[in-house]
Design a protein around this ligand. Sequence first.
Ligand SMILES: Nc1nc2c(ncn2[C@@H]2O[C@H](COP(=O)(O)OP(=O)(O)OP(=O)(O)O)[C@@H](O)[C@H]2O)c(=O)[nH]1
Length: 543
Amino acid sequence: MLGYLSHLETGQTNQPLYLFPMCPHFHHPPPGNPLASTSCPSVCLLPPPLSEMKEKNPWHTPVTIILTVIGVIAIVTLVTVAVLQNKPIQQKYKYGIVLDAGSSHTAVYIYEWPAEKDNNTGRVQQKYSCKVKGKGISSYADEPQKAGESLRECMFEAKKQVPKNRHGETPLYLGATAGMRLLNLDDSSASNKVFQAVEEALQRFPFSFQGARILSGQEEGAFGWVTINYLSDRLKQGLETTGALDLGGASTQISFVSDSYNGLESPKNSVNFRLYGNDYHVYTHSFLCYGKDQALGLALAHQTKSGPRTITDPCFHPGYTQTKNYSILYDSPCVSERKPQEAPLSFTLSGSGNFTKCHEVIKSVFDFTSCNYSRCSFNGVFQPTPQGSFGAFSAYYFVMKFLNLTDTSTSIEVVREKLMEYCATPWTKIVKQHPKVDQKYLSEYCFSGTYILTLLIEGYNFTSETYSKIEFIKKIKGSDAGWTLGYMLNLTNMIPAEAPDSPLLPHAGYVSIVTIIAILLFALFILSLRPVWPTCSKQPQIV
Ligand SMILES: Nc1nc2c(ncn2[C@@H]2O[C@H](COP(=O)(O)OP(=O)(O)OP(=O)(O)O)[C@@H](O)[C@H]2O)c(=O)[nH]1
């Protein structure tokens, strides 16, 4: 038989090298007689000059050609099926809507997750959020109808955001937090009317309305913890969890896992979860009246207990003045009992911008003396020592971001110094520096920054070391940090108690393995046909 002819030049002899695929090695015909046989048992004699002959490829038999074609078709079919069968289909989404009816305002959040991964494996993420104009629903106690109306604009937007064919199946929840907790304490009938109005308003939308309710402080804290750990994938991967610090307008929550807390001491602070096959004993506490707006009210109440007409408030910038109404300030159940017996209608507040004095005023709103447990935060509330990393969101983030204090590697002493300098800055200068910032927020950053530091260090007992493990966050991977996502995940059973079975291989790995196996099988098949392989003949076939 005759193999392919190659005219590669060999280095030493400068003779042509003849390659015969069926011969075990190359060989050089003896000089002068290129047709002489060499050591290859199936040696192929040199053919006459190429121009004189036409090779007949021994593989070109009908059987080998048919087998090769069948083999190639089989491989292509196998790989195509593997690719198509296991290919991620074009994503379709399902949706869930949660309204966070907070004390200061209401926000609408739309979440989405892959429809085909409904069984707890798809990642839920925030698709859209809308801040409802105006104040929180609790501020509509005197005109409940308006509470419902206030939600309409954002809800119409939500209708546009969710595809029409998903409207009917999209669950819609409203959770109210500390503002409604306070209204409910103060006037439960007014609170019911507000709920009635918002329920009627929400039922008019084509979503699957699941009801409106007040979350307990414990739920608010625990679902905030779930949210941030879910978004950072710590739950699914069974990693060490992050604590959650949430500072609202009317309440504040702290939630974390501590090695020293198993729920036996102060069981009311314990929330247990089994998520993705792991058990979590979470410590959580919500301080009603210690959100930043109510805390400001507590601080003002402390300074106006004798019913003065003017106060010099160290938590406001020098040159800042404001007239405040006594009945509005003391309207909140957080301070109503402390209302001075005799007080004028209003008082004038003049800022002095003194961080040290502001810190003293703020400390006076905490009770650090009573504790019936092994350890307490404040107001006699049990709390283990903060442990691990923490995510601090809501007003923690707004305030620290504005003050440029989100870098917690900055020592607490430096944070104090910066606050000292900031508080002492005259109000006119502050306004000039931030002409676009809402003056209500702007005027309160000195108080809020000082309050946050006091709450964290003296209140929750963060030390220089543990303070550096706090991260001030607004969003994680595009979704807002807050209780709403955790709440929805819980109500829709989107976090399984046990770890779901995951596919052994990702799509690409699966396709690669099928391809390799197909090729190996084909090679094996060809080898198995060895008996019918064409062999080198002693005589070249000249056609
Ligand atoms: N500086 C600043 N403050 C904000 C902003 N949005 C909200 N706040 C304030 O931050 C505080 C906390 O706001 P939220 O997290 O919405 O709290 P909330 O849900 O109204 O309050 P709770 O019912 O106590 O949970 C409130 O005092 C708000 O007035 C913002 O964009 N910038």
